[in-house]
Structure formats: C-alpha cells, structure tokens
Ligand binder design. Structure first.
Ligand SMILES: NC(=O)c1ccc[n+]([C@@H]2O[C@H](COP(=O)([O-])OP(=O)(O)OC[C@H]3O[C@@H](n4cnc5c(N)ncnc54)[C@H](O)[C@@H]3O)[C@@H](O)[C@H]2O)c1
Ligand SMILES: [Zn+2]
Ligand SMILES: [Zn+2]
Length: 400
C-alpha cells in the first residue's frame, strides 16, 4: 500500500510499504477514505524529529471502511463506516473505566513513562504505524472504532477522530458554560473548534492568532478576534471589566511564535544525533512558552487555564509566582476521545452544523500530495487551515 512516511526533519514522503495485517484477535483493518494532518503532526515534522525513525508511518485523524476484523471483535463488521480515535485504548482497564482512555493502562508506553499509545506518533507513544495510508491496523477495535452513518460526507465525521473531542475537552476543562467568558489562544483547527464550542455553550469568546485568514474564519463564527501584535491582553482585559476572561484555552502548544530563545534551542536539538538529542530533550528540553505565558497573564484571578496545545519540555520554566498569586486552576492532557464522542455525534449530524465542521477544511489533496500538504499547513500558505488527504483520489490537488 501507499503511506505517508517521516523521513527526516521537515521531510515526509509517500512510499510503498507492506499492507498491515491482523496481529491480535482484537485488531481490525480499515481502508482509509479521509485522513487529516494535525498540528501534532507538525510537531513530529519538526521539533520532535529526535524521537522519529525514517520510515515511520504517520497520521492519526483517519476514517474509512472496515475491511477485516479479528476473531474477538464483535462491535464492527467488514463494510462498516468508522472513525478511528487517535488514542489506542482498551476500554476496560482502571483508567479507561474512569473516563481517562488517554491514560489506558493496557497500552501505556511504560518504557517511556508515557500514557496510552497513539496512532502514528513518535517513540514516545509506542511508534505504532499511523493512518495517513491506504490501510490501517486498529488495535482494540471494539473500543477504538466508532461506527458512523453512511449518508453524510466524510468531513462531517472525520474530526471526531481527534480535534473535535480535543476542542470539546479543552472547553469542558475550561469550565464553560459555568465560566461565561473564554479566550482561545491560537486559531488553528483546534482553536477554531474550541472557540466555536465555547460560543455553542453560551460563552462570550475572544480569539488571538497572528494569521489573518484564521482570524477571519473565527470571526465568521461569532468570535471577537485579535492579532498577536496588538496589545491583545490589554484589549481583552478592557472588554472584561478589567479582569480578564474567566478561562483561557491554549490551542498553540510547544511551537508558539514569540519564544526566540527556546526556538533556537529546539532547532539546535533537532540537529544533534538522536542518541544525544533524545536524553537531552527528555531531561532538559524546553518548549516555546509564549502562548502559555499569555494565557496565565490574561486569565482573570481565580480563573482556569486549559491546555490543549501539546507541551513536552522536561524543564520548561513556569511563572509560579503569578500562578499561585492569581489562584489559577490549570487543566491539560491528551484528549480522552471516546468520552466525548457520544455528545458530539448529534452535533456533527445536525444539518444546521452548529460547530461549523463544514467550514474548516481548506485543502483536500490526494494522499500522494502529502508533502505539499505538510508544507502548506506548516507555513500557513495559500490560506491553509486544515488539510485532508484522500487516498482514493490520484489526480492533481484541488481546493474545495
Ligand atoms: N491535547 C490533545 O489531545 C491534542 C489533540 C490535537 C492537537 N493538539 C495540539 O493542539 C495544538 C494546536 O493544533 P492545531 O491543529 O490547531 O495546529 P496549528 O499549528 O495549525 O495551530 C496553532 C495556531 O497557533 C497560532 N500561534 C502561534 N503562536 C501563537 C502565539 N504566540 N499566540 C497566539 N497564537 C499563536 C498559529 O498561528 C496557529 O494558527 C498543537 O500543539 C497540537 O499538537 C492536542
Ligand atoms: Zn492530532
Ligand atoms: Zn484501557
């Protein structure tokens, strides 16, 4: 089959690789019909290179049609249309039972001390082959596959694999709707959906992003947008009786603009041999923290900061004086996808499209054009906000 493979820092290529096969009686094989590129893939593409191996199949936002199931799979049959959550979870361990499948004790990557294995991620999360491919092996298929209807287009369902439940979790952790004002830092796909979910749940929502097209998209959904260059913090404070919003979602993560020193350290670490860079990053790595620091500064006293942006720095400095003095609450983590998908399913099937899932994808490209898609998404060229790769089309790129 054809699959998107990581080959080196900022270098992916589509290669012919062996078809996946059932390895466990609880596995299923899915033929992929749509597979998106996520902001987390951009971290693998660039700063997390030391944890990648050339040839790794990446991608963790897929959906498609079940082709084959193992002997113990009872919940899905060949021919079913399914969405594949990016976290690999068993559904029945102590953590899954407490609504924390992203900490699944059956799939935790114990040799790295990390939580549940993830599809198409780095060695940090099990190095499991991912879903930017024609076919995908899905472990723990009974819990790991979500059956969906056959009528609506893929884009209605696709984001249930990751960014929609991620955004939903971010807003739940932010305490909306009890919290009435929300700021979302970063208006990439996760920020777009977080902001819209905030509105849907009745909050007044501010959004900050340096990219004009991303601000314009958010504005179409009732978000009060601000450029990063303005005094965004002062402006939002002014519009919230001088206090700041009740909650702030950081939807940027470890590669924020405006952190030049940490940016240089990340770049240098990426140029070291993996055997040196890996332990260095695991012990002394720092993130680009500009967005997180903005969130801590911006939120009102006693408010909540909710991180959906991924951080990985082992030694990232935090402004504890401010955090303690302002009496902040901080929530974060990898998304517990299946915990939220039942609430989200009716919203993505609603013809009124309350979360605007029909207004997110800017580029649908053949799988073969993956390298173009990564480049456009990372550089934010050509108005790129969300890229979906389609293994079923072989022609030149098209934009919807
Ligand atoms: N927690 C989870 O389970 C989970 C799931 C999916 C994605 N993520 C993470 O969410 C984050 C966002 O993902 P995405 O797909 O939206 O990616 P993205 O890279 O498209 O979005 C990031 C946005 O932040 C903006 N930005 C950069 N620096 C900024 C700053 N200092 N202030 C304000 N805005 C700034 C960028 O212009 C961009 O629009 C990533 O870190 C990704 O890894 C987490
Ligand atoms: Zn993702
Ligand atoms: Zn589990």
């Amino acid at each position: 089959m054809r699959a998107v493979t990581w080959q080196g820092t900022e270098h992916v290529s589509v290669e012919t690789v062996p078809d996946p096969i059932l390895q466990q009686p609880t596995d299923a094989i899915v033929r992929i019909t749509s597979t998106a590129i996520c902001g987390s893939d951009l971290h693998l593409y660039s700063v997390l290179g030391p944890f990648m191996t050339p040839g790794d199949i990446i991608g963790h936002e897929p959906m498609g049609i079940v082709e084959e199931v193992g002997s113990e799979v009872t919940g899905v049959r060949p021919g079913d249309r399914v969405v594949v959550p990016f976290t690999i979870s068993c559904g029945h361990c102590a953590m899954c039972g407490q609504g924390l499948p992203s900490q699944c004790e059956t799939t935790q990557v114990t040799e790295r001390g990390t939580g549940a294995a993830l599809l198409g991620y780095s060695k940090l999360y099990g190095q499991v082959p991912g879903g930017q491919a024609e076919h995908l092996r899905v472990p723990h298929a009974d819990y790991g596959l979500m059956k969906v209807g056959t009528e609506l287009p893929d884009d209605n369902y696709l984001f249930l694999s990751d960014i929609l439940p991620t955004a939903w979790q971010a807003v739940q952790y932010a305490g909306v709707p009890a919290h009435r004002t929300l700021a979302v830092i970063g208006l990439g796909p996760v920020g777009q959906l977080s902001a819209r979910i905030g509105r849907h749940l009745g909050a007044r929502v501010f959004g900050i992003d340096p990219v004009p097209e991303r601000r314009a998209m958010a504005e179409r959904h009732g978000i009060e947008v601000l450029d990063l260059n303005e005094d965004a913090v002062g402006e939002i404070r002014e519009r919230t009786q001088g206090r700041g919003p009740d909650a702030v979602v950081d939807a940027v993560g470890m590669e924020a603009e405006g952190s030049p020193v940490a940016g240089l350290a990340q770049t240098l670490a990426g140029k070291l041999p993996d055997a040196v860079a890996q332990p260095l990053m695991e012990r002394a790595g720092v993130d680009r923290l500009a967005a997180l620091h903005t969130a801590i500064d911006l939120v009102r006293r006693g408010g909540t900061v909710s991180l959906s942006g991924v951080y990985g720095g082992a030694a990232s400095p935090m402004p504890l004086l401010t955090m303690f003095d302002k009496q902040l609450q901080l929530r974060m983590g990898q998304c517990n996808v299946r915990v939220w998908t039942d609430a989200l399913l009716p919203l993505v099937e609603d013809p009124e499209d309350p979360l605007g899932v029909g207004d997110l994808v800017t580029h649908r490209l053949p799988l073969e054009e993956a390298a173009v898609g990564y480049d456009l998404f990372q550089r934010k060229h050509d108005g790129c906000i969300k890229v979906v790769l389609d293994p079923t089309i072989a022609s030149a790129p098209t934009t919807p």
